[in-house]
Ligand binder design. Sequence first.
Ligand SMILES: O=C(O)CCC(=O)C(=O)O
Length: 256
Amino acid sequence: MVSPLAIEMRKAGEERGVMSGSAGMSGPTHEGRVRSAALSHSVMLDTADVEFIPAWISLQEADALFSCLLERLVLKQESIVIAGRTVLQPRLMLWMGDPDATYRYSGRSFVPVAWDDRVIELRSRVERAARQRFNSVLINLYRNGQDSMGYHADDEPELGPKPTIASFSLGATRRFLLKPRRKRSGFPREFALTHGSLLIMRGTTQENFVHGVPKEPKVSGPRLNLTFRYVSRASVGQSAGTDSDERSTSGSIHQA
Ligand SMILES: O=C(O)CCC(=O)C(=O)O
């Protein structure tokens, strides 16, 4: 039984630094590069707490940042271990952050590269929007619609209980799917992650839900996604994490 879905749509507030906006949950993408009224969405789905700001930065700024980051960042296709098998992730990635922000997932340990100046500027703005400090960021490059991320939760022990994760997107609009760990009707829910959008997951979202970015063969352009996190060795032991991470998969939808 799905709990009542409460969707609060409100005018994007000055305090969140929202600029012009459009598109939203299951809404139109910004193909055609048209933006309309500024709307952000706070979505309570059962115990998921997700805030989505479709046009968090202006189109001009998003264009400039996208070209600049594509030029500056060196991303690689990394392998991870799933069920004892070493597989290549279907996308390129880079783990960046404070020197002690080592992150372990899917059988690998990622030591951060030093902060890039443009990413650290972006981090300050994301921190203000999310009202949360971040010491690291996972950067993923989806080269085209064949690249993907399988369903998983960002619930590694280093992230602590009830982590806030802020996900910033540039480039091609991609589908972001969110579904409960236990199968329920009416799911998955979908967000169109547009160029310049910010999606913030809080509270028990990671505990109760998994998320993923499926393949979209019709998408030809690249997309960069930066998910800001706070990792801490002190959190290890407070949170169990799971071994249900499927982020290496091709992006097909796995039923819970
Ligand atoms: O690319 C995305 O929007 C999702 C990224 C993600 O799920 C992650 O970094 O854990």
